[in-house]
Design a protein around this ligand. Sequence first.
Ligand code: LLP
Length: 415
Amino acid sequence: MPFERRAGELHADGVPLTRIADAIGTPAYVYSWTDVRDRYQALEAALQGIDHRICYAVKANGNLSILARLAKLGAGFDIVSAGELERVLRAGGDPGRVVFSGVGKCDAEIDFGIKCEIGTFNVESEAELERIEARSRIVGRSAAVSVRVNPDVDANTHPYISTGLKENKFGVPAPLARQLYRRAHASPTLDVVGIDCHIGSQVGDVEPFQDALATLTDLVDTLAAEDIPLKHVDIGGGFGVTYRDEKRLDVAQFGRMVRAGLGDRAIELLVEPGRYLVAEAGVLLTRVEYLKPATAPGTRNFAVVDAAMNDLIRPPLYGAWHDVQPVVRHDAPPLRWDVVGPVCETADFIARNRDLALEPGVLLAVCTTGAYGFVQSSNYNTRVRPPEVLVDGEAFAIARQRESISDLLRLEAIV
Ligand code: LLP
């Protein structure tokens, strides 16, 4: 566990969280590198014996220090924008190990990807395939393509993060995929390399992956018979983690399933985990500013903290539950609090109905916020975004500074 109590106080690896808060203030995101590394290595171990590539989904946490360290471990990257590609390049990642997903790649992004010779575009529609072909002619270089198949499997997850159902906007059904492969294969500037899917996020069971893999390998075999050989099968990301009591994906079981599913096909497996590698490695540190206890029956106890929905949008957006822990335990009897931020919206809550012993100034850790935390933050209410701190063993460093108000206003003019 990356965040443990020592003498009653929460630490990130060997560093007390109070020390970090005192040094850089709150709110602040704190990540444990050792936890990210351990997760990566656990996944590596689970996939041992399978020709594979872990393409970390940059969208989960794009901090350059994390990307650079993952690149050093040999990771590839799953990206969804030119900005994410630029991040990978700056972090020293290998563009040849990049897969570019997303339904709306624009010309500039396609051109950038082609020029960087990325590993593959994961093509999400017929129109996109045409566009990539046209751009590759204009750029004068070939483009590596894979088709994202929508396997129509139910990942049993939140509707906003489910992507592999036929009603979702992602990928194409298998019969259309076949046509697209034929077309791509016949193109002089397209290089057919793989097949892809991503069924959704927070998937705790192996079965949905197994169903999706079966759809993909069927297509692999059909295409091989048509003399369109594929080099890789990308099963996507979405490996579930535990926020409260959800089932974490058993990666060892996943590895066994994949080994059986691929059989003796000579094909590389790609996975695109984001959350699995970083979620549990992060906390958001925040301090209680004010207590606003209930005043009458039907009113609630509010603890107003210095982090808000602009820093962490997951609770209001997905109804996500994040554990909230006092960094130093208090003996006072707990009360039931709604932990809310300063933003002028009723939706601005971090947590509701939590039994906590609080007083103004108390430091809290909002847990499991390493994924889709900072990356989904905004400047709503002209609030600066928090810094990101990376802890590695006994040491910590600021991996991204706190924004200043001038940073926020820099691009604006009074016209
Ligand atoms: N690959 C593709 C094509 C994806 O669309 C995603 C996530 C991933 C991989 C990585 O999924 P992961 O392993 O991290 O679950 N903001 C939401 C999650 C949105 C996920 C979107 N796609 C949240 O906070 O829960």
